[in-house]
Design a protein around this ligand. Structure first.
Ligand SMILES: [Zn+2]
Length: 351
């Protein structure tokens, strides 16, 4: 079974599958005995060869679908050397959080060396009280009318960029990018630098959930909007591939994203790697429904009274439903996307 009931079972399944196949594996230790695990699957890698990378759970609770796709890929015969990195934010997955143990959104945490971990966005500052009330969730409130007012005043796109683009202003707020590179990201970058050092080409698919139509997939190409690159990506992944264009209603600009940093590192090597990074989103609920759940759970985390490690609360279940619905048809749809993404990654590698 590819879908796991929790992080622990997902990791057990990943390790068992790799041990049975005798694959080369490794892991990085984080807090509380949690780990980021990785393995090489497919044929042996050759120096200066081409490589596919699949990563999951950068956003913790989003890892149920990503882990399932990875476990499913491990049961298939893969014909390209493939590095599978399992659950980049295990604490978030174990605790049904999108953020890590320090409330950091890891896809806002990869700032290039020398770039300051600070923002001063007046739109976020204006929205802070609405997004991050200093009280537990629940009770009567005017969240939806207030959101409607903000959308009317600033426009939906401005709201989206301010809210989900990443912020360094409120460490207890949602989409907080941190004050420094977090330990998990630091270990991840060191591992990827080492494992991918001599690759000529890398196609990387980073698996997420919570954006797009229920059960569907949205593929976003990272990096500058280069028309030639975008058309290669569309030939490989399909015409629905989107660039990170701020006018694109399904995407938004982020600061400190993992793929941007990997692209930067690939380009500055003595022998640069051609790196193409894709974010793949499995759709669940509407954007605003997802936002409401992230907001409620964040209030619970900072201002509620739930025992550490417990997920026994409606706001935690709301996160599960927003990022990994307990729904057989959703799980089947997600699993079906995996082989299609792999085939597309192979096509991109040789295009
Ligand atoms: Zn995500």
């Amino acid at each position: 079974m590819s879908f796991s009931k929790d992080y622990q079972q997902a990791r057990d399944n990943f390790r068992t599958a790799n041990a049975a196949a005798g694959r080369r594996t490794g892991s990085a230790d984080l807090v509380d005995g949690l780990t980021i695990d990785w393995t090489w699957a497919g044929p042996e890698r050759t120096p200066q060869g081409n490589v596919i990378v699949f990563t999951s759970a950068l956003h913790g609770v989003e890892g149920f679908g990503g882990s399932a796709v990875q476990l499913d890929l491990l049961t298939r015969s893969l014909d390209v050397p493939t590095l599978i990195v399992h659950v980049l934010n295990p604490w978030g997955m174990a605790n049904y959080r999108r953020f890590n143990e320090n409330n950091v959104d890891l896809n806002r945490n990869f700032l290039a060396p020398g770039v300051e971990y600070s923002t001063n966005d007046p739109t976020y500052a204006a929205l802070d009280g609405l997004l991050n009330p200093e009280s537990p969730p629940g009770g009567v409130e005017l969240f939806w009318p207030n959101v409607a007012w903000v959308v009317a005043r600033h426009g939906y796109q401005a709201l989206k960029n301010a809210v989900v683009g990443g912020q360094h202003q409120n460490p207890k707020g949602i989409f907080f990018g941190g004050h420094r590179l977090e330990r998990g990201p630091e270990l991840l970058l060191a591992m990827l630098d080492e494992q991918l050092d001599d690759c000529a080409r890398v196609v990387h698919v980073d698996l997420h959930s919570g954006l797009g139509a229920f059960g569907g997939r949205t593929v976003l190409l990272d990096g500058e909007a280069d028309p030639a690159r975008l058309s290669r990506a569309r030939a490989a992944f399909g015409v629905e591939v989107k660039g990170w264009d701020p006018s694109n209603l399904q995407a938004y600009e982020i600061r400190g994203g993992l793929l941007e940093e990997l692209g930067r590192r690939a380009a500055i090597k003595a022998r640069p790697t051609r790196y193409d990074g894709f974010t793949c989103e499995f759709g669940t609920l509407s954007n605003l429904a997802v936002l409401a759940r992230v907001r409620a759970e964040n209030r619970l985390h900072h201002w509620g009274t739930l025992a550490p490690g417990s997920i026994d609360h409606w706001a935690k279940m709301g996160m599960r439903e927003a990022f990994a619905p307990l729904d057989a048809s959703w799980e089947a749809s997600v699993l079906a996307h995996g082989p299609a993404l792999y085939t597309a990654a192979k096509a991109m590698l040789v295009s």
